[in-house]
Design a protein around this ligand. Structure first.
Ligand code: OAD
Length: 234
């Protein structure tokens, strides 16, 4: 097993699987969220244009659920890894559990539930600061309609430049709890591997992009990550 120190550049990519043990449902497992809501009804710009109240109800429910959730042993193991390495965490999750666990260098590439922005003037607000007028919230500056700060299908993820730069330099690329089907995140492993990183995956089942994984650890993130991180830093 490779050992790491403060100079070792480690990039971690997480997906819904790492939050599963905190009680937040994943997207594509049998009870996954998309089963109760068709993607095109809640997670596209067109859906928001068609029925903004439905989209707001969906994301407000997820926001409130995220407030109830607590970071689990998998999240905490990644805090330990950050304390011992040159660390960047890319997450597709929008629940802010990595930051709440204590990770500092977090790139929330698909946005965050706790924030929203004005569709006209782009001013950002945090959710506790906004109020709903009927079914919908409006901007306190220009009265434009506010939308969730979520990257929807068909939109460009956040932090792509920072992510590419981190991937190019990393020595270890660790992927946790993601099915490997949603791009561009699913392609990051190829970049990291081609540029020389060791690629490691922790997941319940083999992800779709497993042919680019050097070491696969099957199991729950909360069970596997604490031991794996201890191995790496010891
Ligand atoms: P998925 O629901 O597609 O995949 C979750 C993965 O985590 C699956 O491979 C599960 O086997 C695995 N898993 C479940 N529980 C686990 C556990 N306790 N420990 C480890 N692994 C576990 O979720 P994502 O890959 O994150 O995008 O989905 C990617 C994107 O698709 C999301 O960010 C979202 C969605 O569309 C947007 O909302 C823009």
């Amino acid at each position: 097993m490779l050992k790491v120190n403060h100079a070792t550049r480690v990039v971690v990519l997480t997906g819904a699987g790492i939050s599963a043990e905190s009680g937040i449902r994943t997207f594509r497992d049998s009870d996954g969220l998309w089963e109760q809501h068709r993607i095109e009804d809640v997670a596209t710009p067109e859906a928001f244009q068609r029925d903004p109240a439905l989209v707001w109800r969906f994301y407000m429910a997820r926001y409130l659920q995220s407030l109830e959730a607590e970071p689990n042993a998998g999240h905490k193991a990644l805090v330990t890894l950050e304390e011992h390495t040159h660390f960047t965490l890319i997450t597709q999750n929008v629940d802010s559990l990595h930051s709440r666990a204590g990770n500092k260098s977090v790139l929330e590439m698909h946005g965050r539930l706790s924030s929203c922005f004005c569709t006209l003037c782009r001013t950002r607000f945090i959710l506790p600061e906004i109020s709903f007028d009927g079914d919908l919230p409006y901007c306190q500056r220009c009265e434009g309609l506010l939308r969730p700060d979520i990257v929807w299908f068909g939109e460009v993820p956040y932090y792509l430049q920072e992510i590419q730069s981190a991937l190019k330099k990393c020595k270890i690329f660790l992927i946790v709890g993601t099915s490997g089907v949603v791009y561009p995140a699913a392609g990051f492993v190829m970049t990291a591997k081609y540029l020389g990183a060791k690629t490691i995956s922790v997941n319940l089942e083999k992800p779709s992009n497993h042919s680019f994984i050097d070491e696969f650890y099957p199991g729950k993130a909360g069970d596997v990550l604490p031991g794996l991180v201890q191995e790496l830093i010891s």
